[in-house]
Design a protein around this ligand. Structure first.
Ligand SMILES: NC(=O)c1ccc[n+]([C@@H]2O[C@H](COP(=O)([O-])OP(=O)(O)OC[C@H]3O[C@@H](n4cnc5c(N)ncnc54)[C@H](OP(=O)(O)O)[C@@H]3O)[C@@H](O)[C@H]2O)c1
Length: 248
């Protein structure tokens, strides 16, 4: 855990991961497409006394990915955190859009893991999964499809990479960011640090340690039942406006 690359850094879990691994003394490399935002995160972390660097790259562009891992040959820990979570539905979503989401959420993770395993001394891979893998719903069709596929890939890789001494773990996040104290991004990110230190479980169910009986979609519906919370949800996520019928 000396040099950690977080692939897919935004203001949510990605930035919290950079903060938590940085606090452990790791040299953190943040990767996303938007250089301006990455510079802003670097500045925010510097204000907190945490040194992090960044590289702008698109995970779905495999040429850029290959170059990224060539440039960052010394990382020992990779976190694949990219995830397109926008709502969609099984009847109207264009299959090309679904394909693009599957590429970002799954195939690009495969490409990143394979490139990382070919670097100088890979030790740990953590992949951000989601409870949607276990609880498909109409509003999260592509997300559920892709997290289920990502889960299968990660569990297969856990066994295959162990033969090379590389630990691979899937962090199955069963909730919505900032809904409840356990879903505070810093607390979620702290669970990744623990997983990277323990290097054992193929899958970590967060929070709770076991598969949740309810889905993130159920949580969304619960939020939407309260008019105030529904308004706040739609203000923060206007993309849900056209799916309100599913939230009843
Ligand atoms: N948020 C939740 O409630 C929740 C719940 C359960 C699981 N999750 C999972 O947690 C992960 C992080 O979610 P988050 O909402 O907290 O995200 P985040 O860390 O705030 O942001 C992720 C960042 O990934 C970057 N990204 C997207 N496509 C990319 C690409 N092709 N190449 C490189 N970077 C790319 C985006 O930045 P650029 O636009 O700058 O590239 C985005 O800001 C996802 O895998 C998600 O499925 C989230």
């Amino acid at each position: 855990m000396k040099r950690v690359m977080i692939l897919g850094v935004g203001a949510g879990f990605g930035l919290a991961l950079a903060r938590q691994f940085g606090r452990q003394g790791a040299a953190v490399v943040m990767v996303a497409r938007n250089a301006l935002k990455l510079q802003d995160y670097q500045d925010q972390l510097a204000d907190e006394g945490i040194t992090a660097t960044w590289q702008a790259a698109d995970a779905t562009d495999f040429v850029q990915l290959a170059q990224l891992f060539k440039d960052e040959n010394e990382i020992d820990t990779l976190i694949y955190n990219v995830g397109i979570t926008t709502p969609d539905d099984p009847i109207h979503t264009d299959p090309h859009d679904m394909e693009a989401r599957l590429r970002a959420n799954v195939t690009s993770a495969v490409a990143a893991c394979q490139s990382f395993l070919a670097t100088a001394h890979p030790e740990t891979i953590l992949i951000t999964g989601g409870g949607a893998a276990l609880h498909p719903s109409p509003v999260t069709t592509s997300l559920a499809m892709s997290k289920a596929a990502l889960r299968s890939y990660t569990l297969a890789l856990h066994t295959a990479a162990a033969a090379q001494g590389v630990y691979v773990g899937l962090m199955t996040i069963q909730g919505i960011a900032n809904v409840g104290p356990e879903m505070a991004p810093d607390r979620v990110a702290a669970a990744y640090v623990t997983a990277a230190q323990q290097r054992s479980a193929a899958e970590i169910f967060y929070p709770g340690g076991v598969p949740s009986k309810t889905s993130e979609f159920d949580q969304l519906k619960q939020l939407a039942a309260d008019p105030q919370q529904r308004a706040a949800l739609l203000a923060a996520h206007p993309e849900f406006a056209k799916y309100q019928k599913y939230l009843k």
